[in-house]
Design a protein around this ligand. Structure first.
Ligand code: RAT
Ligand code: ZN
Length: 423
């Protein structure tokens, strides 16, 4: 028989939003995909005002608001580029886009002027910081406990630092990024060869075994928590290509051997406008049957997955309901705008409960974690509050403990559990 007594700690319906806000504010998240670097990786880590302003999301917006050619922009120094972006997007226009508002939010969090005519004060502020304290401060302000990097074993500068023994840093975890191997084999196989791995351009013979050995060696060197690759919207699997062969015979077996997930980031239309460089990629709808095939064929592997097209999001949730070795994560790149994040996150909660990873920052510049995680909390709060309100209205009392457990699972636990070795 149903009693009218509510469990201890039940939250009144009109208190739910307040408790959700508190729990989200206190949560210490794991930022499971970024382009940040531990200080031991030397100058690879970007930080400070000039880097914040020359973020490629903002470069794309610059060319819409200033009659400047990309060629003229690339001929400028970084400082001149940052000045041009500040002037065009923050002084002569109101910074209302997500990426421009993000810079405002960072300046505000650091106590710097948000509407100055120039960057003098901001530059002086960053010039007086050390990178190590800047990292601690940014992570504290962002409520982030650990940052997961993107580490490219075929980037000559980065590889040299790992080989020289780049040290362990509890704030950063490594990830082996495989784009050069899987998407640009033509221009990289010789490099593997030169490093003593007996691979062939055609990927025939013992190539797959040697790529696998390369990956295992790099895992040993970096202690990577997963491997990752971004893939085009045209990605197919299986197919008759070097990429599919290396996935099947080298990457997927290596992940199985090492007992780590593979992250598939699907849906990039690479370099539709090469003149604007990093900003020149677009997004396209992918055929997620390729993902279905992979989940079916490799039940012993685990796949973190983000898809770039809004149109693919519902399908991804459907596949996650079919395959427990598939973990949807983040609202990637062009999706990381409140309107789309809201739609995707509601859909994911409705279809998957708390069994997904709602967000990653994709930060390229250290201080971006401050605004990206602030925005994530702000967008999540009403979504979660509404979810718990519906639950309470449907007859299940909601406690603070419930909310804490779900938030912890979504922003830490699901990731920790997915990377945890099974053997
Ligand atoms: O969002 C981005 O910064 C993109 O340029 C990509 O780096 C993307 O996140 C990726 O990891 O490929
Ligand atoms: Zn990324």
């Amino acid at each position: 028989m149903k009693t009218t007594q509510e469990p201890a700690g039940t939250i009144a319906i009109d208190e739910i939003r307040h408790v959700v806000d508190e729990v989200l504010a206190k949560a210490r998240v794991i930022d499971m995909h970024t382009h940040l670097f531990a200080p031991s990786l030397g100058g690879l880590g970007l930080w400070g005002i000039d880097e914040l302003l020359t973020y490629h999301y903002l470069e794309a917006e610059l060319f819409r608001s200033l009659p400047l050619t990309p060629e003229a922009y690339w001929a400028m120094t970084k400082r001149e580029q940052a000045d041009a972006i500040w002037r065009a997007l923050f002084v002569e226009n109101t910074p209302i886009s997500e990426a421009t508002r993000g810079v405002v939010s960072v300046l505000d969090a650091l106590g710097l002027p948000t509407a100055a005519g120039d960057l003098r004060e901001a530059r002086a502020y960053f010039a007086a910081q050390s990178v190590d304290s800047a990292i601690d401060r940014a992570l504290r302000l962002a409520g982030v406990s650990e940052v997961v990097m993107t580490n490219d074993p075929l980037d000559p500068q980065e590889a040299a630092m790992w080989k020289a023994g780049a040290g362990h840093d509890p704030r950063f975890r490594a990830v082996l990024r495989l784009d050069r191997i899987l998407n640009k084999w033509d221009s990289h196989w010789a490099k593997l060869n030169a490093e003593g791995y007996a691979v062939e351009e055609s990927a025939a013979g013992g190539t797959a075994g040697e790529v696998r050995r390369f990956l295992v060696d790099w895992h040993k060197r970096t202690n990577a928590v997963y491997m990752a690759v971004s893939l085009p919207d045209t990605f197919q699997f299986p197919e008759d290509s070097v990429r599919a062969a290396l996935l099947r015979e080298a990457v997927i077996p290596a992940c199985r051997e090492l007992d780590i997930p593979l992250s598939l980031m699907i849906g990039v239309r690479y370099q539709v406008n090469p003149a604007i460089r990093l900003a020149g990629d677009a997004a396209g709808k992918a055929d997620l049957r390729a993902l279905e095939r992979i989940c079916v064929d490799y039940p012993e592997n685990r796949f973190l997955t983000s898809v770039l097209s809004r149109e693919n999001q519902h399908e991804l949730c459907v596949y996650a309901r079919k395959f427990s070795n598939l973990m949807p994560f983040g609202c990637w790149w062009f999706l990381n705008n409140p309107s789309v994040v809201e739609e995707m996150t509601r859909e994911r909660i409705e279809m998957l409960g708390a069994s997904f990873i709602p967000q990653h920052s994709d930060a390229r510049v250290l201080e971006q974690v401050i605004y990206k995680w602030k925005n994530t909390r702000r967008t999540m709060a009403p979504i979660l509050a509404n979810t718990y309100r519906l639950l309470a209205e449907d007859g299940r009392a909601v406690t603070r403990r419930d909310i804490e457990r779900d938030v912890d699972r979504m922003f830490r636990g699901n990731f920790e559990d997915f990377i945890r070795p099974r053997r």
